[in-house]
Ligand binder design. Structure first.
Ligand SMILES: [Zn+2]
Length: 152
């Protein structure tokens, strides 16, 4: 009686191991940034992908290139975006689209690093150094120090 039960149990285990290890697994090809708990999944298995490469100024769109897969998306403040779906009986391609949420302002003045620093002093004409007395910073037609005429 006991032997028969063990034999039955062994048979059940054999069938289970056959469906377990022998089951066809499918791959998830995910874009850079996704973290998957496994490399391959059996059909019907729940797949969890975590995306934690998040910039504060960007919006993310997570999508699957396979039409028969619908993604469920949640945001976990500790883990990042958690995307779950049920594995279909084929390979799956997961993608992510990143878009900056900061709108470009066409009127914004973009500082040119090659421009000289703005000091608040706007010269009206040429600044010249007097050849007679070496006084620098003359702006008019005559030297502010000695009154010599500006050289041509
Ligand atoms: Zn001078």
């Amino acid at each position: 009686m006991k032997k028969k039960l063990l034999g039955l149990l062994a048979g059940v285990l054999a069938v289970m191991s056959m469906t377990g290890c022998g089951a066809v697994k499918y791959k998830v090809d995910a874009d850079f940034g996704y973290k998957l708990d496994k490399d391959s999944y059996a059909a019907g298995e729940e797949v969890t992908a975590v995306y934690d490469m998040i910039g504060t100024d960007s919006d993310y769109t997570f999508y699957c290139e396979n039409d028969d897969v619908s993604l469920k998306q949640e945001y976990d403040s500790k883990r990042g975006y958690v995307i779950t779906f049920t594995m279909p009986a084929h390979d799956v391609k997961l993608g992510v689209k990143r878009r900056s949420s900061m709108e470009m302002d066409p009127d914004a003045i973009i500082p040119n690093p090659s421009d000289p620093p703005v000091t608040g002093f706007m010269p009206l004409g040429d600044i010249w150094t007097c050849p007679e007395c070496n006084a620098a910073g003359n702006v008019g037609g005559y030297c502010s120090n000695c009154g010599a005429k500006k050289p041509e």
